[in-house]
Write a protein that binds this ligand. Structure first.
Ligand code: NAP
Length: 283
């Protein structure tokens, strides 16, 4: 039986409508959530991501600023700007688009952002809070995946989740979030032996390797829930890490690329910014 396709795009639109109403309500109380995105350099993919983030925030009535810095910007200059944004009471969320040019240490930048404005959820304090099961900003892509699974009413508790990937951005945090939801979690990576033995044992398979076509229908068992996080460009076309056509014949649920996980990432960024504004307002 062919899988049910989970369209993150539709869910993202529904959630953004709810957020638009929430922002209108908050503004009546004098709270105006504001996101500032900082981009360093001219990378076309990064530029297109930040434009998407800005458009999405404007559409729901969220204030947003874009700070564009030259590729030659020094680490000190960037840290100075982050300090100013940390101090600015009108700013609730700060996002520095990664990757950064070579002369800037990404970890220093991540750690310079005030954890209460870290809407990407990458600061070690927020990562630690998530690790210890506390309420915090969760990284947007993993959080989006969790929300997709919940909205599709996929049960997580006691299920075996196999994740291909162990990056700080996607693999590790999505594993942590699902462990917090009582899943049994296996992480696979480039040194994993006999990958298929692991993927075949998954109730939920999350593929975040950045390798087009890594997983096909042959790698899964009947009824697996397949979440494809990969974004690859093959012959000018966007494609995921999963061969959608063969996998959908066996999966119970599957996400497409595009229109799957991607739109949820920006949506959770907006969610985190609203959360930051509410937290700061309560202080
Ligand atoms: P990453 O930092 O390159 O990590 C890739 C992970 O996959 C690593 O842990 C790597 O193992 C593992 N891996 C690579 N090839 C493998 C293979 N053949 N077999 C098993 N494991 C393998 O990438 P990332 O930042 O996590 O992103 C992963 C993918 O998701 C990319 O395509 C990225 O574009 C996409 N992405 C999408 C969104 C979205 O919103 N849709 C957001 C973020 C990322 P090692 O650790 O051993 O190297």
């Amino acid at each position: 039986m062919a899988a049910e396709v989970i369209y993150g795009k539709q869910l993202a639109e529904d959630l953004r409508l709810e957020m638009k109403e929430e922002i209108a309500e908050l503004s009546k109380e004098g709270v105006h959530p504001k996101l500032v995105v900082v981009i360093v350099g001219e990378d076309p993919a990064s530029k297109s991501y930040v434009k998407g983030k800005q458009r999405a925030s404007e559409k729901i009535g969220m204030a947003s600023d874009l700070i564009e810095l030259s590729a030659e910007t020094s680490e000190d200059e960037l840290l100075h700007i982050i300090n100013q944004l940390n101090e600015d009471k009108a700013v609730h969320g700060i996002l520095v688009q990664l990757p950064l040019p070579q002369q800037i240490d990404e970890q220093n930048v991540i750690e310079a952002i005030d954890p209460s404005k870290d809407v990407d959820g990458f600061h070690p304090i927020n990562a630690g809070r998530m690790l210890t099961g506390q309420e915090t900003f969760y990284p947007c892509t993993p959080f989006g995946i969790l929300v997709m699974l919940k909205r599709a009413e996929v049960s997580i508790e006691g299920k075996h989740v196999v994740i291909i990937g162990r990056s700080n951005l996607v693999g590790k945090p999505v594993g942590q979030l699902l462990l917090n939801e009582h899943a049994t979690v296996t992480h696979c990576h480039s040194r994993t032996k006999n990958l298929r033995e692991h993927t075949k044992r998954a109730d939920i398979l999350i593929v975040a390797a950045g390798k087009a076509g890594l997983i096909t229908g042959e790698d899964i068992t009947e009824g697996t829930v397949v979440i494809d996080v990969g974004v690859n460009r093959v012959d000018g076309k966007l494609t995921g890490d999963v061969d959608f056509e063969s996998a959908k014949e066996k999966a119970s649920y599957i996400t497409p690329v595009p229109k799957g996980v991607g739109p949820m990432t920006i949506t959770m960024l907006l969610h985190n910014t609203i959360k930051a504004a509410k937290w700061i307002d309560q202080k």
